[in-house]
Design a protein around this ligand. Structure first.
Ligand SMILES: C[S@@+](CC[C@H](N)C(=O)[O-])C[C@H]1O[C@@H](n2cnc3c(N)ncnc32)[C@H](O)[C@@H]1O
Length: 265
């Protein structure tokens, strides 16, 4: 009888995941666009089909918004959350972003209220650079990187994921349009090392790296969100349009014109 009800819960959850039901993110606010949510659910779907149970690791959890579909998932055996909980954090866009009241206790309370199995969550209030990789055992299969949005932090976070992830695992980065220089350095380092990997953009702002020679990123669930990649491409370009508008102010245009005239002369 108990087995029957577990199977029903598992089937019901799988059905929601198969239709990329973004209401799974509704209980806790998350800084994710609707297409980010679909893409993350597609990644969860292919990972839990490949490894069951699977383990999840997240760098940067804030209120628990991106953790919620994993702590609700009957096939997620463990979820690691790495977040040093700073009051403010630097960012590649040049501002510092504040996170008032940022705490692990608040996140756990949110996840418990959302019906999540919080006993499966391991929290580390430090950065990936200070955390001992041997603490993360057994190895996770899916890593989501959404901590400090600077190139240096993203490189450190990816290096950590590489050390702790199970062979063939998937690393997904959020806000690729902000941390693109870090991602470029990561791709270059994988190429230099001759590592087997595949990578792609997922709408709207995600960048996925599958380590090893697997085909998770080719599977139907991911393929269907990849087809919508153009949406994320446009959103990402438009997100930086204010820099172009700034560079096209009359003063800069006049300066460029004068410079061109001067070099011709
Ligand atoms: C954008 S929020 C994460 C949002 C969350 N992933 C979601 O979608 O609901 C960024 C989080 O990164 C955390 N953070 C800041 N610096 C960090 C670092 N160096 N390593 C890991 N997390 C960090 C902050 O405390 C904050 O909770």
């Amino acid at each position: 009888m108990a087995d029957d009800s577990a199977a029903t819960t598992d089937d019901a959850f799988a059905a929601r995941l198969n239709r990329l039901d973004t209401t799974m993110f509704d209980a806790i606010p998350a800084e994710l666009t609707p297409w980010d949510r679909r893409s993350l659910l597609a990644c969860q779907q292919v990972v839990r089909r490949r490894w069951s149970p699977y383990r999840y690791l997240e760098i940067g959890s804030h209120l628990g918004g991106s953790l919620q579909p994993h702590v609700l998932d009957p096939r997620c055996a463990m979820a690691h959350s790495i977040d040093p909980r700073p009051a403010r954090q630097p960012d590649a866009r040049g501002h510092r972003f504040g996170y008032p009241g940022n705490s692990t206790d608040r996140m756990l309370a949110n996840l418990a209220a959302a019906g999540g199995q919080t006993d499966r969550i391991r929290c580390y209030e430090e950065t990936s650079a200070s955390l001992d990789p041997s603490t993360i055992a057994p190895k996770p299969h899916l890593c989501f990187v959404d901590g400090e949005h600077t190139d240096a932090a993203v490189l450190a976070d990816f290096a950590f994921c590489q050390r702790v992830i199970a062979p063939g695992g998937l690393v997904v980065f959020h806000d690729a349009h902000i941390i693109y220089n870090g991602l470029d350095a990561i791709v270059a380092s994988l190429d230099r090392a001759g590592a087997a990997y595949s990578a792609c953009h997922l709408p709207d702002t995600l960048f996925a790296i599958e380590l090893g020679g697997g085909t998770l990123l080719e599977e139907t669930a991911v393929a269907q969100v990849r087809r919508e990649s153009y949406r994320g491409y446009l959103l990402s370009l438009r997100a930086t349009d204010h820099y172009r508008r700034f560079a096209n102010r009359w003063l800069f245009r006049a300066f460029r014109k004068a410079k061109a005239r001067f070099s011709r002369g």
